[in-house]
Design a protein around this ligand. Structure first.
Ligand code: TYD
Length: 140
């Protein structure tokens, strides 16, 4: 997990622009971008880990609490500023709670969508962790 400050320029009287570039600001090439919106306050999404995928999460509008869990310990990060980014490596269980209605969660991802890359069962996730799955370079 890494929290990054997304590069930002404010033009006087004209607002603010934030930007990031593949491999310069984040440690991977972006293959996919997706975003989640129309979510009511208090709702929770996520509830899965990825075998290979690395992601950058950011919230350009609103406030979203992300809990990340490596199978041993959990950490909470609040994405409440458009210039705050959270990099989540593979092998991390995550949940996101919408602290404000209509907050927007944007994700830049290192891989194309692949349902086979998801681990959606928490016990299965813990089994992978216990077996040292993410320390094995020949894992897939
Ligand atoms: P999911 O990743 O489970 O969302 P969240 O983590 O926010 O709860 O995805 C929700 C649905 O969207 C699921 O049916 C898979 C589908 N989906 C795609 O088809 N393409 C994508 O790039 C993503 C991220 C999800």
């Amino acid at each position: 997990m890494e929290i990054i400050e997304i590069r930002t320029r404010t033009t006087e009287g004209l607002g603010t622009l934030s930007f990031l570039e593949s491999k310069k600001d984040i440690p991977f090439e972006i293959k996919r971008i997706y975003y989640t919106y129309n979510v009511d306050e208090g709702l929770q999404r996520g509830g899965h880990a990825h075998k290979n995928l690395i992601q950058l999460l950011f919230c350009p509008y609103g406030s979203i609490e992300v809990t990340i869990d490596n199978g041993f310990s959990k950490e909470k990060i609040i994405l409440d500023s458009p210039n705050k980014g959270l990099i989540i490596e593979n092998g991390i269980w995550r949940n996101m709670i919408w602290k404000m209605k209509n907050s927007v969660l944007c994700v830049a991802a290192s891989e194309y969508y692949n349902e086979q890359d998801y681990i959606r069962d928490y016990d299965e996730f813990l089994k992978y962790v216990k077996e040292g799955y993410w320390n094995n370079e020949n894992k897939i």
